[in-house]
Ligand binder design. Structure first.
Ligand code: PLP
Length: 327
């Protein structure tokens, strides 16, 4: 895939997405003796970076395709992004999700006035139903395994190069791999020495296991705080498996308690509520799983904020008595 697609994506999606802030983390910088920055994708319009890829894909469709409408299967944030763009463009959209998707996410999707189907046991079942809608004329907007989606997510890499030209390491939450593929493509085209680190959860590291196996594998879905990282990479994966294989220098796995600590850290130190998936990069730094050189310039992608308030309160409450070391 050519990096030009990322530049084209940027021009196309600019009216629909925010250029997000990159802020320094004094606490994590102090702790690691490095310069740790946070890329705040939690402040995107739909609460996650997914709006970048969805906007780029949908805006690339022909007029005829746009008038027939779109559909998607997703654990929530991608669905939200597709719904929001479809609403902007006044298009039909059908969202298919598994019944595990948290209520906060479904409520948020519903606000865009799109059709929701959530009577599926797994993402794979939701995907199968999507394919049926495709035969009826709708375009499936895939959450990650599509060059237009990857290029959209890659615009984060362009922003990082502008705001932190000497970035040396980028830490990226990793599930289907669209985010890592896009950012890795944009950064390594500019400087192949930039270290690209993916972070997945111990409970359900599908991309990690697939790379080990050399082909897409299926894992049983387990409960995790990082529910946005659930879901397979697709047995017919065409792009992200090989791109992550090429672009990721390391893949780290983090535990549930350290994800909780990452969420608590964002609330305590930065007064921001973020979801578990967005905290895995922070968890890798805080748990010292990420090897760091003194003075190294590190950007951690904080990918989204769609978490039930009750979950956020429960998780952070557990840490409220032990967070003095964070501030
Ligand atoms: C989708 C998502 C990810 C993972 O992105 P992939 O492209 O599937 O690797 C990470 N964080 C959040 C908040 C997400 O919604």
């Amino acid at each position: 895939m050519d990096v030009n697609r990322v530049w084209e994506a940027r021009a196309r999606i600019t009216p629909y997405v925010n250029k997000t802030p990159l802020i320094r983390s004094p606490v994590l910088s102090e702790q690691t003796k490095a310069n740790v920055f946070l890329k705040l994708e939690n402040v995107q319009p739909t609460g996650s970076f997914k709006v970048r890829g969805a906007a780029n894909k949908i805006l690339s469709l022909s007029q005829a395709e746009q008038s027939r409408g779109v559909t998607t299967f997703s654990t929530g944030n991608h669905a939200l992004a597709v719904s929001s763009i479809a609403r902007h463009l006044d298009m039909k959209a059908v969202i298919c999700v598994s019944h595990r998707v948290p209520k906060a996410k479904l409520d948020a999707i519903r606000r865009y006035g799109v059709e929701i189907r959530n009577d599926f046991d797994s993402q794979d079942d939701a995907e199968a139903f999507c394919s049926q809608l495709e035969r009826e004329g709708l375009t499936v907007i895939k959450p990650f395994d599509d060059p237009s989606v990857i290029a959209g997510q890659g615009t984060i890499g362009l922003e990082l190069m502008e705001d932190l030209p000497h970035v040396e390491t980028v830490v990226i939450p990793l599930s289907g791999g669209g985010l890592l593929s896009g950012i890795g493509l944009a950064l390594k085209a500019n400087n192949p020495r930039i270290r690209v680190v993916g972070v997945s959860v111990e409970r359900g590291a599908v991309m990690y296991e697939s790379i080990q196996a050399g082909k897409p594998v299926i894992l049983e879905e387990k409960e995790t705080l990082a529910d946005s990282l659930l879901g397979g990479i697709g047995l017919d994966n065409r792009f992200t498996l090989s791109m992550v294989q090429q672009l990721a220098d390391e893949i780290l796995l983090v535990s549930e308690p350290s994800i909780a600590a990452g969420m608590a850290y964002m609330l305590e130190a930065h007064r921001m509520g973020v979801e578990g998936a967005a905290a895995v990069g922070l968890a890798a730094v805080m748990e010292q799983k990420l090897k760091v050189d003194p003075g190294e310039n590190i950007a951690v992608i904080v990918s989204g904020n769609n978490v039930d308030l009750s979950t956020l309160l429960r998780v952070t409450q557990q840490y409220s008595s032990s967070t003095n070391h964070l501030t």
